[in-house]
Design a protein around this ligand. Structure first.
Ligand SMILES: Cc1cc2nc3c(=O)[nH]c(=O)nc-3n(C[C@H](O)[C@H](O)[C@H](O)COP(=O)(O)OP(=O)(O)OC[C@H]3O[C@@H](n4cnc5c(N)ncnc54)[C@H](O)[C@@H]3O)c2cc1C
Length: 500
């Protein structure tokens, strides 16, 4: 049972600092992150349960790091499996087997893309939310909002009963057709890049190995694929309709027939169709991520092509970027202008993810160019952000103190052994981490939740990954915020965050 609208407490408005609307992966991640920072958070969900479909099933390394920080990665990994290699079929025979992802070393730690159906990831996050003392208020829709001098007034509706709740901030994690973006009047211009419709379904089917993602690229009527879903007896169907005026039939019989028409399986091999939906691929990016005290995250702000599966990753990373900033403003007196960096960091990241998944869609489903391997997911980081301050000489500038390929402010902070632990173990939690290399004296950073660590000379891998000498302030979301040597510089950076 989730939370009830009547038990939400503080309906006079005083109890919640942040109201999060929409319990998809983005809202669940944000609520977990805020609660562990001690921020009083209400997560409302219009539906009466978490969405049951498999939808996003690939968790990239960076997303896994976030889940690790939230304390759920072990469960996610136990209940998932490595992403399966591809098997191409022609005329009823397998013709090619190959890996999906490029095999080149990614950033440390080198973890494989992990396959877990979205419903399971969401369930695991909800369990964590409950452990943290929160829960989802199911059956409660955000139906309106208005900003006030010191916060936001929200209309929350359950079965025709509407309450007004007041909060310092509200976040719309309410998905593609969310209420919050519309209420704010923020445009998200849609770009349809394929006129032909697609169908997605979860099906139980016999007659296929479960350790391969099966693809029929040249099937009459359009390409079709069936990908096994980790630890479930189910396959994810994705098919494109090339014929005019074909319309996807999402009925159980329609899906069975589609599979029988385009593969060597018979309709009887499809034991069950758990859910099916048809749509046209389109992309969209909200013109803005914030109006005053109301913010957007996840699909509410950006829509992706289904190929290359980056919707969940991008949403979870939005939440993780926003969580610590809201925590700093509400708990550590940071200047609310810190929240401006949420949009300036995450909107370009979404634009990049949209471009990458559109490229893949064109090459995979529209066969524009050679079939490709998915690029190994690499984290672009936030080098251009105003929160990324590198106080060392520019690479290549004169004396060349910092080599061109060195770790810079804005980069994701790499992992390495450090004493008896690993750096990523030190980062785990809602705090900043100040790393000192080469005996540089780390200054006390007043007003900042921070853990300080001197990295000793024998931790050679850590020195190689960072620097021989210097200070690195790692943000709570795992990126280097400040890099340099002078204690005054890092103190000034912290003052700039406006912490008290
Ligand atoms: C058919 C399909 C297949 C997909 N396949 C993939 C894939 O393979 N890989 C991938 O990465 N992504 C995939 N995606 C995209 C992925 O599922 C989304 O990117 C992801 O769910 C986004 O998470 P979110 O939390 O931002 O939004 P959502 O998961 O959409 O969650 C939004 C939640 O908000 C709730 N809500 C809406 N309005 C209100 C309101 N007014 N008040 C309260 N609650 C509200 C909704 O009920 C919903 O639970 C797929 C999506 C679809 C539809």
């Amino acid at each position: 049972m989730g939370m009830d609208v009547d038990s939400m407490g503080g309906m006079d408005g005083s109890d919640f600092e942040v109201v999060v609307a929409g319990a998809g992966p983005t809202g669940l991640t944000l609520a977990c992150d805020l609660l562990r920072r001690g921020v009083r958070t209400l997560l409302v969900e219009r539906g009466d349960r978490l969405f049951p479909g498999s939808r996003a099933r690939e968790l990239r390394p960076r997303t896994q790091e976030i889940l690790d920080d939230l304390g759920v990665l072990a469960t996610v990994r136990a209940l998932g499996e490595p992403h399966p290699p591809l098997r191409y079929w022609t005329d009823g025979e397998p013709c090619v087997d190959r890996d999906l992802y490029e095999q080149h070393p990614g950033p440390v730690p080198r973890v494989p893309v992990w396959s877990v159906p979205q419903w399971r990831t969401q369930k695991i996050l909800r369990t964590r939310l409950r452990e943290l003392g929160g829960d989802v208020a199911f059956g409660v829709a955000l139906t309106g909002l208005a900003t006030t001098a010191d916060g936001v007034e929200l209309l929350l509706t359950r079965e025709n009963r509407t309450r007004i709740v007041h909060a310092a901030y509200a976040v719309g994690t309410d998905g593609v057709r969310g209420t919050v973006r519309a209420a704010l009047g923020i445009a998200r211009p849609a770009q349809a890049f394929d006129e032909r419709p697609l169908i997605v379904a979860d099906v139980l089917a016999d007659g296929l190995d479960r350790d391969r993602w099966h693809i029929w690229p040249g099937a009459k009527g359009g390409a079709l694929s069936l990908c096994p879903l980790a630890c479930a007896d189910t396959f994810r169907l994705l098919a494109r309709y090339e014929d005019e005026p074909a319309r996807p039939d999402t009925s159980e019989e329609g899906v069975r027939q589609l599979i029988a028409d385009r593969t060597h399986l018979s309709a009887a091999d499809v034991r069950e169709v758990q859910w099916a939906t048809a749509f046209r691929a389109e992309t969209g990016l909200a013109d803005s991520y914030r109006t005053g005290r109301v913010l957007l995250a996840g699909d509410a702000a950006h829509v992706h092509s289904p190929v290359g599966g980056q919707g969940l990753d991008t949403g979870v990373q939005d939440a993780y970027n926003l969580g610590w900033k809201l925590g700093m403003v509400l708990r550590h007196g940071a200047d609310p202008a810190l929240l401006d960096t949420y949009e300036s960091e995450r909107r370009p990241a979404a634009a990049e993810a949209i471009a990458a998944s559109t490229r893949l869609y064109r090459r995979v489903l529209l066969a524009e160019g050679e079939p490709v391997r998915w690029p190994h997911p690499v984290d672009g980081g936030y080098r251009d952000s105003r929160l990324s301050v590198d106080a060392r000489p520019d690479p290549g500038a004169g004396a060349g103190v910092v080599p061109a390929n060195a770790l810079r402010a804005g980069d994701r902070a790499p992992d390495a052994p450090c004493g008896h632990a690993r750096l990523h173990d030190l980062f785990r939690g809602p705090h900043f981490t100040l790393l000192s290399f080469g005996g540089v004296e780390p200054p006390p950073l007043v007003g900042l939740p921070v853990v300080t660590q001197r990295v000793h000379a024998e931790d050679r891998e850590a020195h190689q990954a960072y620097a021989r000498r210097g200070l690195f302030l790692v943000r709570p979301d795992g990126y280097v915020g400040w890099a340099g040597e002078g204690a005054a510089g890092v103190r000034e950076y912290v003052t700039g965050l406006g912490s008290t």
